[in-house]
Design a protein around this ligand. Sequence first.
Ligand code: SAH
Ligand code: SF4
Length: 394
Amino acid sequence: MPTDAAPLDPYALDRPGLRGFVADLGEPAYRADQISGWLVRGVDDPHEMTDLPAPLRSRLADRFAASRPELVAHTVADDGHTHKLLLRFPDGEAIETVLMLYPRRATVCISTQAGCAMGCPFCATGQAGFRRQLTAGEVVRQVLVADAALRTGAIAEARQAGADGAGTGAVVLPDDAPDHVTNVVYMGMGEPLANLPATLASVRWLNDPDGFRLSARGITVSTVGLVPGIERLAELRLPVTLAVSLHAATDELRDDLVPVNRTHPLAEVEAAMRDFRRVTNRRVSIEWCLIGEVNDDDVQADRLAAIARRQRAHVNVIPMNPTPGVRWKEPTPQRCRAFVERVRRGGAEITMRDTRGRDADAACGQLLASYTLGGGSRLPAAIGAAERVDGARR
Ligand code: SAH
Ligand code: SF4
């Protein structure tokens, strides 16, 4: 194989793709199974693939290494419960992945695109526009990097560094936070169903029973309501948790808040949600970013309750995270409570999501907001024991 062959991300290949790649190298087909056996366990360094012959390991290392993202910063927030990992891919594109620790749960919030083309006016990612699709490999690696950081103790160490840092206060940690990733939410940058091949392929890797073994229900795919994508998920009978970002319960308002509603209006979105539930037997959840004096009134609350009842969907409310350049504000705490109470009285299940990572500008769904909109001025320092940045201190 010529050494100047293009770098290759093995996670961007599916099993048949891996078999083709191995055949091109003139290797027997079972090598593909050996390689994927390592990949599903998160081992992507061919030098560690000890059941491969040494010359093959070197050849693979030449091809694979260049696709690895570099962990350029690790920011700690929320008293050590939230870890923001900034990854840079070889082409220079940087994305953030957020790891949130709870008792017995470690959730990674991942991105599927650099930027987003959907243009929702309250979302920093949407405002910044679309840069490029991420590959399946780039999606999977966000989970692998977070998982490795947990398993190798880097997270525990960073929590400690946070605890020791000047003025950061004591770090209170759930003792029973797991040492590996248990849940994945596709709620970072981008619209997962506008990058369906990478989203589906990454779910398959994460769900692989021989490897990462995340249960499909522990994987949440959040969509703005791209109906063809939801239909495809239903067709595949993929029992992931589907979250639909509704934000408005009338087409008139939704056309403004979620521009793609002009192509796929509420009735279509509701029909797709119903089909998904029927086919997968999984309840869909509804996401509602609560914006002061925009979608927090009684009419919206009542209509939302009606939709949630019809869909037997659970509603998650997140007060809008204020974003530079967006004139809307989060509602007052009283208004939030009144809205939630009214939807509940309307017969729907509803909870207020916690606003993790706000003190580090890392609320899930708001990734790279400060980086993108601030022209990179708040890009955290490069990683290193002495350089680790604590979110609370910045
Ligand atoms: N594109 C997908 C997934 C990424 S956005 C989607 O829209 O569902 C993930 C979540 O972050 C969405 O529910 C989105 O509504 C929410 N979000 C976006 N901007 C926000 C803001 N300013 N404050 C709070 N939540 C926001
Ligand atoms: Fe894109 Fe989701 Fe932001 Fe809308 S809310 S712009 S779909 S990332």
